[in-house]
Write a protein that binds this ligand. Structure first.
Ligand code: ZN
Length: 66
């Protein structure tokens, strides 16, 4: 008999909200935008990783809405 595949594929990081995210990635009406804290560099002025975007330079912003 065939083995039923697992519902969670391997090698795929679990999505999580960064401090600067307003929605989960792939959320309808939300989109990726430059981090307003680091300006998209992912690095703060003192050279440390930006905590708002976790060093990615991008955050998810809600678009439109009420
Ligand atoms: Zn940032």
């Amino acid at each position: 008999m065939p083995t039923s595949p697992s519902s969670s594929p391997p090698n795929q990081p679990a999505p999580h909200l960064k401090p600067g995210d307003e929605a989960m990635p792939g959320t309808p009406g939300a989109g990726e935008d430059l981090c307003e804290v680091c300006g998209g560099s992912g690095i703060q002025k003192d050279g440390s990783e930006c905590p708002n975007c976790e060093g990615t330079g991008r955050v998810i912003h809600g678009i439109g809405g009420g």
